[in-house]
Design a protein around this ligand. Sequence first.
Ligand SMILES: [Fe+2]
Length: 438
Amino acid sequence: MVNTDILVFPPHLSGCHWSDREAGQKTNRERHEHMKTLQDLLTAEERAAIRAPIQEARTFPRRAFVDQDFYQLEVEHALSESWLAVGFSFDVPSAGDIVVVDAIGFPVILVRNKDGVLRAFHNVCPYDGSEVSIRSQHGVEEIETPYHGLTYDLNGKLVRAGFWDGTQEAKSVDIAALNGDLVSVPCEEQFSTIFLYLGKEPVPLEEQYKPVFDHVKNVDLPRLEVGVDENGAPNTFELSIRSNWKTVYENYAVNVFHESFVHAMYRKSPHSPRVDENGNKTYDEINDPTGFLGLAYDNSIGASFYGESALPPVRNKDGSENRINTIANIYPNWVLTVLGNVVRIALFLPDGPESGTQRVMNMFDKDGATEPGLEPDRKQSLKAGKQARIEDNLICESVQRARHSPAVNSQFYSPFWDSMHYTLTNLILDKLEKSDPK
Ligand SMILES: [Fe+2]
């Protein structure tokens, strides 16, 4: 018996990419059957300017941040051909839970099977072409399609096709011969984050994430748990941002220069900006050409300024306190922030060239993640993180509005501050150039 109770998600899951799609709404992919090529969208001069040494280089031109055709090329070659963060594990907490996702225009369902393993499938029925599930559901035994009632198990296998031959039990039909199983999408869970590989050439997630795994190899990751509020709900929030995904990515951890101007709290800090009296950086750049980009610094910097907290420290495998703060993006849309007593995970899921949804959640040492007495400290940590995001997002939206000015086509770099931004721009161009005809 199929349980068709609809799972009512908390408000943090009510954003555009999670909500059930309105009837007749087309995806980005459906609107762009005749894609333009990179040659159509980027001149040879613009490519050369991106490739020039950083002192003379320019960023992508403004059309790369506002144009639907450019975005669609990115979806095909720069976003789907990478492991993409699409949600958090607590979105699909229990066996039989199904969550409907619009992942950069790909309709997908996330399904927790009876063994607790998360599976992902393209949300399209091989028989009638309708969505397999229109809505997110909770605690189902099987998946019954809404259009003609084909029935799938939680591993995407077609198990029943009632009335296929006119009889209720469809006794004459060879289910296996119908070749009607759901089409799976490579799906992984790491850091309580759900990753999908939507492209044609999947690589192991461990390969793409090796630089970040290496970076945190001393941290005792199994001690980390998602923090909860007074109702037991995850410490998380969601924000819509009217800005291009590259701008959001670059702002979060790649752009160090902005902190002293955008963030009210950091602006007052004696450690702002991140240089010493001789003009040397007080942080180490993380500048891996595969797209692990950000900064790492001793977490004694700023610790006293930001006030005391009773939350236990993030610990290393040897039991010592972790002393390295890290704020880093992992291409294309995931951010890891390791601070003294919180590990913050963020993702940004674009829904077009000029907008998307950012989601953030906080993890703590297991001794502090659910302890009721520490709930005010967890709330304060979440509030501080949200305030920083709101400040960042205001400036990202400002940049996006200014992209529509014809006065400036592309930006130049500060070689001192912007080497990671330069790496990011060239990495994206590398990926887009794979679409060039051979
Ligand atoms: Fe910022």
